[in-house]
Ligand binder design. Sequence first.
Ligand code: PAF
Length: 296
Amino acid sequence: MEAGHLRIVRTVSQLREQISKYRAARETLALVPTMGFLHEGHLSLMRQGRASHDRVCATLFVNPRQFGPSEDLKTYPRDEAADIAKLRAGGVDLLFAPSVTEMYPAGAATTVSVSGLTDCLCGVTRPGFFDGMATVVTKLLLQALPDAAIFGEKDYQQLLVIKRFAKDLDIPIEILGGPTVREADGVALSSRNAYLDAEERARAPELFAALKAAAASIAARAQSPDAAIKAARQRIETAGFGPIDYLDHRDAETLASAEATDRPSRLLAAAWLGKTRLIDNVVVGDDYAPTKRPLG
Ligand code: PAF
């Protein structure tokens, strides 16, 4: 995207006023919600939005409702000036960066809660996270009413939950996923990687490496899923990760334990490296199945 003119708005009414101008000009709009401290993963979502829409609006809001009492709300990395520079350089049209009181005025008493999909994985180890996330994303979608909203696949369970409530609540917005962007050594980009010290950062690639090896092994039927998961757990524990919140083989749509091999599935993991909780996931199937690679 070309560097262009970034408009910054901080209230819902300013947001709606600006978007109504796009709509009057019959322009389409993609929304990319973020909590800031932007990295190439976020910027790739902005480019994805731009590729299929006339306008791109980013949001920057560190949502207190999706952090548990013992989580990292206070220390969550923030750098609004750097974020604005990146959005400007990336040609994003509009930034909505509201305050906490703008998003949750006194008296706000509604929570969006999704059952089923949130009963496992991060839903178990981060109680309240999905309710807080679903509530703020519902509000952002209804405030902006874009044609599409784009979320990273690194937070795979989050993406499924958003697709679920958007469908259930008849929110007329296409929910799109964007591929995980990785460092050259495989580490998935995440704002929380900023917490890692040099030694932890050197160990961090083992999470993706272990998931990738296990996915290849399951896809090639070289090992049972249980054995492949056990080996992956051992590998990341040896690399210094722990505790492991989960490392599971799940159905890619329902997140139920993957049993049938004819359905798309993924390996998903959340594990601590020192004081940092890292999550990642990989597809099980074509990408990592040596037997399915073309010969020659
Ligand atoms: O993935 C995130 O950064 C957040 O959960 C989101 C979707 C912006 C909602 O606060």
